[in-house]
Design a binder for this molecule. Structure first.
Ligand code: AG3
Length: 299
């Protein structure tokens, strides 16, 4: 084949999920490619999903649906807690979670602890839709291992958000009991931790194991779901754990959502409530570890 002919071939980037399925995205342009001590980083312009970030070939962010993930991981716990001033984000070096957290005027400080400086560097250069938030004066970026950070810090947070990759490689300890015991230690009274909880369809074992772990550490554990395009399985979950007597429905101040004046693209009070309605198989399997949801009218 001549060089001219090969130039016409479309190029693709492919995520392989556990050797059983793969997702391919048509690439128009490679914007950033690098190898860090932890992983390979690719930021590409895709034909159908805007710019995308891949860590070791695994899709992390796409401009087309990142708002769903980032709004749901942030606004659900922020509106349930109601008075969050300090937030710790573990992982999430793309900045999308920080962007949503800082939409809440009550948040004074949001520390992002990302293990891989190359993620932050690449996203600052090529993914401003998420990373621009890292320049906010209330945001502070710390390049460190999140596990070591929570084990050693003297700071305290009202909300910890674990915006991790899948439980393989550098993120694996972020799914373990030692980490969550340390998270509990850094929470203020009434504090909460929300975590990326994998897919209840294609990663249900990982999800069950995380929920069991959270239940062994915290008094109350809830799970909520959302749908996305670019993570395998489509239906994904977050977990919300706390020692406080707060229920994500009973203690959800719906009017606060409107009063906040925040412009959402996915989140709203109906989505908030609906997200805690779990498919039967998920509810049944997780039931021993989940706290029953209480609605305001039952309280
Ligand atoms: N967090 C990664 C979620 C898991 C993606 N898994 C996958 N594609 N197999 C993304 C960080 C966004 N701030």
């Amino acid at each position: 084949m001549t060089d001219d002919a090969s130039k016409k071939l479309p190029s693709w980037i492919e995520e392989y999920h556990r050797d059983v399925l793969s997702f391919r995205y048509r690439v128009d342009k490679v914007l950033f490619r690098g190898q860090s001590d932890f992983q390979r980083i690719d930021i590409v312009e895709t034909a159908g999903f805007g710019r995308m970030l891949f860590n070791d070939g695994v899709a992390m962010v796409s401009e087309c649906d990142e708002f769903i993930y980032h709004e749901m991981i942030s606004h659900v716990p922020l509106f349930v807690h109601g008075a969050v001033e300090s937030v710790l984000v573990i992982g999430g070096g793309d900045g999308g979670t920080v962007r949503e957290v800082l939409k809440h005027p009550g948040v004074r400080h949001c520390r992002l602890v990302e293990i891989d400086p190359l993620v932050v560097e690449g996203c600052r250069k090529h993914l401003p839709v998420t990373a621009a938030a890292l320049d906010d004066p209330r945001a502070e970026v710390t390049i460190a291992d999140g596990v070591e950070f929570v084990a050693g810090t003297e700071e305290r947070y009202d909300l910890v958000i674990v915006d991790s990759t899948d439980p393989v490689g550098p993120a694996e300890p972020l799914f373990g009991p030692q980490f969550y015991n340390d998270v509990k230690r850094v929470l203020t009274t009434g504090g909460m931790v929300v975590s990326q909880a994998e897919s209840c369809l294609v990663e249900f074992e990982a999800q069950q194991s995380l929920i069991r772990t959270l239940h062994s550490v915290f008094e109350r554990v809830h799970v909520y779901n959302y749908t996305n395009i670019t993570y395998p399985g489509g239906l994904w979950s977050f977990s919300l754990a706390t020692d406080a007597d707060r229920c994500p429905l009973r203690d959800f101040d719906e009017s606060g959502v409107g009063r906040s004046g925040i412009a959402f693209r996915y989140y709203n009070p109906r989505i908030h409530r609906a997200a805690f309605a779990l498919p039967t198989f998920q509810e049944q399997a997780l039931a021993p570890h989940l706290t029953p949801i209480q609605r305001a009218e039952e309280a």
